[in-house]
Design a protein around this ligand. Structure first.
Ligand SMILES: Cc1cc2nc3c(=O)[nH]c(=O)nc-3n(C[C@H](O)[C@H](O)[C@H](O)COP(=O)(O)OP(=O)(O)OC[C@H]3O[C@@H](n4cnc5c(N)ncnc54)[C@H](O)[C@@H]3O)c2cc1C
Length: 478
């Protein structure tokens, strides 16, 4: 609960007097699901009101008021967070600040290879705009049809192109941020080189709305991909997948942009729940890789390159079968297998999720050790570990073997989390790869972050947000 006046009509009436009922309104009953329940339905919040500002100036007025009144503010983009980061608490005293109406592309310059866009732009809209200008915005995630730029930057999102282009952070040239007290920090430059003291803007990337509200960003663009090659590959084990990764990086001249690991268990879930999801290969395999190479040159035959490299991998025993996409429709259906895994898992029921990263060279050993432990300690659970192997990022998820075993598995949630995260640390990995901390992993951060780093984080939080109004209870507890 925030200190200060808390809920009631007072602050709502004052906020409406400040910005009008069109910008600040009580949450209607038909809006509760959309704004106050998180994507995984783990968190059900309440809110004092919902603010939908149209400009940076309005955000500034809102925050100045909330800071003076000590009203907690929860920024929200597309509400696709996997960690409950965008859901207010149950007190009903926090303001839900949706950026969805701030959805203008302010500038797109093909020569500068840069765009400036507002935080509420849906990611897919930005990708389309870049493509129309013959450029590429490489940030790509399964939620790109609904997640928003401000959410992507605040979670430092990853996705399927990190191998080649880096995380969301790596695509940012400048930011516009409204600070907790309403001041506007404008670093919206599209310069590539600008070494002028501390890189203050970088603190807001991955801060999950706890330091300020991102209202706009300047983003790096790249030459548009003119040729693509995609393959769905059966591999005998994860070691073979890791060897294939190195082989494809070398043979493609490092044009590999995606390298996704998919277990048989995920294909089984897809065929159980989404019958139109077709296994492209004739015989089952314990593991698969979905890989893609891309080039800005239209005259490069990447498909031939990929087919040749896979032939060589087959001869070396790293691959047992492969389907190479022969056009855009093939590519789409291969990617839909990967992108619909979360949906198939959702339909299956309980799924204990762990978003971990490891050095790529440790992934096979980690999975073998964790799976052996699970067989003994949680026999009701079935491992569905998939993800961005090219980045060492695994969604190490455990599903119940049957609906009747879900309760027994749920009772082991904490023990499984502890074992998995401890094992990740023993392998030099991270318990939080790309989804962030949110409300879900606050205790994990305290357990695993180096104490000095935690101390610095708390000091940064106090400096940027002395009243503690920005997304209270997320990332760090007060
Ligand atoms: C099907 C599916 C697939 C996914 N795949 C991936 C993936 O491959 N990689 C990946 O990294 N994630 C993935 N995610 C998780 C999620 O989509 C990302 O974390 C995304 O970046 C969140 O964006 P959002 O707009 O939905 O943010 P929200 O969920 O609305 O918010 C996320 C956090 O950012 C804060 N925030 C939002 N906007 C602002 C702002 N303007 N200023 C300050 N703080 C703000 C919120 O307070 C919250 O803490 C996936 C999710 C789904 C449902």
């Amino acid at each position: 609960m925030m200190p200060g006046p808390g809920g009631g009509a007072g602050p709502l009436v004052m906020l409406q007097a400040l910005l009008g009922p069109e910008v600040v309104a009580a949450v209607r009953s038909d809006e509760v699901e959309r704004y106050l329940v998180d994507h995984r339905r783990l968190y059900h919040g309440r809110a004092l009101a919902i603010a939908r500002p149209r400009s940076t100036e309005q955000v500034s007025k809102l925050l100045a008021f909330c800071n003076a009144q000590r009203i907690g503010v929860v920024p929200q983009g597309g509400n696709t967070s996997y960690c409950g980061g965008a859901t207010p608490d149950a007190s009903g005293t926090q303001l839900l600040l949706s950026l969805e109406r701030m959805d203008r592309i302010r500038q797109l310059d093909a020569d500068d290879c840069a765009m400036v866009a507002e935080a509420g732009c849906v990611l897919a809209k930005l990708q389309d705009a870049a493509r129309e200008a013959d450029r590429l915005l490489p940030l790509s995630l399964g939620s790109e049809g609904s997640c928003q730029l401000g959410g992507n930057l605040s979670t430092n999102a990853g996705g399927t192109n990190v191998l080649r282009y880096g995380m969301a952070r790596d695509l940012v040239l400048g930011l516009e941020v409204v600070l907790a007290d309403g001041r506007v920090l404008d670093t919206l430059s599209t310069l590539r080189k600008d070494n002028t003291g501390y890189d203050v803007k970088s603190l807001f990337l991955g801060a999950e709305g706890t330091l300020g509200v991102i209202t706009a960003a300047a983003l790096r663009l790249f030459p548009r991909e003119a040729s693509l090659a995609t393959a769905f590959v059966a591999v005998p084990d994860i070691d073979a997948a890791v060897a294939l990764l190195a082989r494809l990086r070398a043979s493609s001249g490092d044009r590999l942009s995606s390298f996704e690991l998919i277990p048989r268990a995920a294909l089984d879930l897809l065929s159980a729940h989404l019958p139109d999801a077709r296994d492209p290969l004739a015989a089952p395999s314990p593991w698969y890789v979905l890989c893609e190479a891309a080039s800005a040159r239209a005259d490069e035959d990447l498909t031939a390159m990929l087919a040749q490299a896979l032939e060589e991998a087959l001869a070396a025993g790293q691959v047992t079968d492969a389907a190479v996409a022969r056009g855009a429709r093939d590519r789409e259906s291969l990617w839909s297998l990967r992108e619909r895994i979360p949906e198939a898992q959702r339909r299956e029921g309980l799924s204990l999720k762990h978003d971990v990263s490891l050095p790529v060279s440790h992934v096979a050993r980690f999975v073998a050790e964790a799976e052996a432990w699970l067989r003994q300690a949680a026999p009701e659970g079935r491992l569905v570990a998939y993800g961005h192997l090219g980045d060492g990022n695994l969604h190490f998820n455990v599903s119940a073997r049957s609906a009747t075993e879900a309760e027994a598995l749920a009772a082991r949630t904490d023990a499984i989390r502890r074992h998995v995260h401890d094992l990740v640390r023993a392998h030099g990995g991270s318990f939080s790869a790309e989804h962030g901390i949110g409300a879900l992993k606050v205790d994990e951060l305290v357990r695993y972050a180096p104490p000095v780093e935690l101390e610095l984080m708390r000091a940064i939080k106090r400096t940027f947000d002395p009243q503690g109004i920005m997304n209270p209870g997320k990332v760090l507890r007060r």
